[in-house]
Design a protein around this ligand. Structure first.
Ligand code: MN3
Length: 193
C-alpha cells in the first residue's frame, strides 16, 4: 500500500484568521507529505506488513516482524500520517457538530466547557512537541491526555477522536511562542464541536 497526501475539504486560507494560509499550506504539503514519504519507504522494504492498515500497525507495533529501527519509523511517520489526516478532517470553516460526540462529552465531563478547560490545560502544559488528545479507551470511555512527538493513541489501544497538534510548526508563523493563544483560538476551527 502506498499512501498519498489526502486532499483538504477546504482551501488553505479557509481557517483564517485563526490558522493562517501559509501555515496550513506548509503544514499540509511539506510536513504531512514528509511523514507519508518516510512511511512509504518503510513499507516498501517490509512487504510483509505493507498491506495492513497503518492504524493496525500502530496498534500492534511491538509484535511486528520488522527491525526495531523500522518500528520507530512507523511510530513516528505512520503516526504522523494518521494524526494529520484526522487533524484536517475535524477542522473546517463551518461548524458541523457531531451531536453524539457532544452528548458523550457532556455525560462524561459534565459540560463542553469543562471538557475544553481540561483539554486546553493539557495542550498548553504539554512540554515540547506533541499532541493533545481526546481518545476513546478500549472500554469505550473518553479520556483527555497528551502524547509526545507523533505518538498516536492507537499505540496504547485507544481510538483518537479529537487531536490538537502543538508542534511549533502548527502555529509558529502566526503565534510565535504564544501556544495558549493558538489553543484557545483553535476551538473556532474545530468543526465537530
Ligand atoms: Mn503537524
Amino acid at each position: 500500500m502506498k499512501y498519498t497526501l489526502p486532499q483538504l475539504d477546504y482551501p488553505y486560507d479557509a481557517l483564517e484568521p485563526y490558522i493562517d494560509r501559509q501555515t496550513m499550506e506548509i503544514h499540509h504539503t511539506k510536513h504531512h507529505q514528509a511523514y507519508i514519504n518516510k512511511l512509504n519507504e518503510v513499507l516498501e522494504r517490509n512487504p510483509e506488513i505493507a498491506e495492513r492498515p497503518v492504524e493496525d500497525l500502530l496498534r500492534n507495533l511491538s509484535s511486528l516482524p520488522i527491525s526495531e529501527e523500522d518500528k520507530t519509523l512507523i511510530r513516528n511517520h505512520g503516526g504522523g500520517h494518521v494524526n494529520h489526516s484526522l487533524f484536517w478532517k475535524i477542522m473546517g470553516p463551518k461548524k458541523q457538530v457531531d451531536e453524539a460526540l457532544k452528548r458523550q462529552i457532556e455525560e462524561q465531563f459534565g459540560s463542553i466547557e469543562k471538557f475544553k478547560e481540561i483539554f486546553e490545560k493539557t495542550a498548553i502544559s504539554h512540554f515540547g512537541s506533541g499532541w493533545a488528545w481526546l481518545a476513546k479507551s478500549p472500554e469505550g470511555k473518553l479520556e483527555v491526555f497528551s502524547l509526545p512527538n507523533q505518538d498516536s493513541p492507537y499505540l496504547k489501544g485507544y481510538e483518537p477522536i479529537i487531536g490538537l497538534d502543538v508542534w511549533e510548526h502548527a502555529y509558529y508563523l502566526k503565534y510565535q511562542n504564544r501556544r495558549a493563544e493558538y489553543v484557545k483560538n483553535w476551538w473556532n476551527v474545530l468543526k465537530v464541536l
